[in-house]
Every structure is written in C-alpha cells, then in structure tokens.
Design a protein around this ligand. Structure first.
Ligand SMILES: [Mg+2]
Length: 204
C-alpha cells in the first residue's frame, strides 16, 4: 500500500515524513513569549516575532519538527491537560496560517520536578517521542531552547544544543559561563532568536 497524495502541498499529506534531521523545539520563550508565568490560554499566547515563520521555513526545507515542552502548571493544579491540548491546537492553527501545515510531534510533561522522568532536563519525553516516531533520531538533530534544562537535555541526548536569546536565553547565556557547564557550552550554538537560527540552517 502506497499513500499517494494528490493535493498541492506535500507537507500536509497524511504520513508525510520530512527527509532532513529533526529540529526539536522548546515552546515558551522560543516560539511564544515567556510571560514569566504559565501560558495556557490562546489569548495569552503571543508568538515571538518571526518564530512561526521560522518553523514554517524549517519545515519547508525538509526538517522533522518536534515540540517538547515542560508544563509544570498541570502538576500545580493551575490548568489541565485539556487546556494545554486546546492551546496547542490554537498554536498549530497559527503555524498552519504561517505556512507550516504539519509537524511531527508535540510532547509536554505535567510537572517540572527534577525527579520526573518526563520533565526536562530528563529525557523521558524525547525517548517516548523517538519510540512513537521511529523516524525521529535526536542524536542526529538539534534541540532549541532558552533554559539550561533545555541545553542539558540536548547534551545528554546527543542532539546539538541550540540556545536562543529570547525568553530566559540571555540569563542562560550568562549561566553557561560557569565552569561546571563548560562541556555543554562548547557544544552549544547561540542565536538571537528562532528566526536567526532558521536563517543559519537555511544557509547550510
Ligand atoms: Mg522555555
């Protein structure tokens, strides 16, 4: 059985598998403005300038895309998984309007506890993503985030850690100068925002 898609946009074809390596994305502070508090309503979801277009561009040149985000507010009882699911539907609609009609996966953790195997910097979400989407191999890709927990996860996974200076990125860039993070710092590439990272990927 071969799926043949007759529509105009192959990116929206069922079962479409992008040919290039995965680009994992943190959400808050990378795609949308990190308000310093929890974002779980569409009205609070403010895309960072150029970020939706950046995801669309990365997708169009053939990258697999997986969004991996800690949503500790669920564990604190501040909002529910249903809230997160509807916010993500809203985000996907915005991405579609920006020219990115599909991505591979979204995973979120329900806590940010350091002993929760699913919460970054632990790798549970990434491992589950790879298991459920066997074409995704983070050790051949990138993971973009704004916090140390993102870079630590990427480093442990063998993905290329990418730091953006949006969200908590400037603080994280300072933290990276600590001696204990020297190995992560060596591997990390830093960009002003997701849009600049997409420019760099496009140029390679
Ligand atoms: Mg973040």
């Amino acid at each position: 059985m071969v799926d043949i898609y007759w529509g105009e946009d192959p990116l929206s074809a069922p079962g479409y598998i992008a040919p290039k390596c995965v680009i994992g994305l943190d959400r808050d502070g990378v795609i949308n403005v990190d308000r310093g508090t929890y974002t779980y309503k569409g009205t609070d979801f403010e895309p960072i300038e150029g970020s939706l277009d950046a995801v669309a561009r990365l997708r169009k040149i053939g990258h697999k895309i997986a969004i991996i985000t800690n949503q500790g507010g669920i564990g604190h009882g501040l909002f529910t998984e249903d809230d997160v699911d509807s916010l993500h539907q809203y985000m996907l609609d915005l991405l579609g309007e920006a020219g990115c009609p599909s991505i591979d996966a979204i995973y979120y953790s329900a806590s940010s506890h350091k002993n929760d195997m699913y919460a970054k910097p632990n790798l549970g979400m990434f491992k589950r993503c790879q298991k459920e989407h066997p074409h995704i191999k983070f050790n051949k890709g990138y993971y973009v985030g704004d916090k140390l927990s993102d870079l630590k996860a990427a480093y442990k996974l063998g993905a290329k850690p990418v730091l953006v200076r949006t969200g908590y990125g400037l603080e994280t860039e300072q933290q990276l100068n600590k001696f204990t993070y020297r190995d992560i710092k060596k591997k990390t590439i830093v960009f002003d925002d997701l849009s600049s990272f997409a420019d760099w990927i496009e140029a390679h």
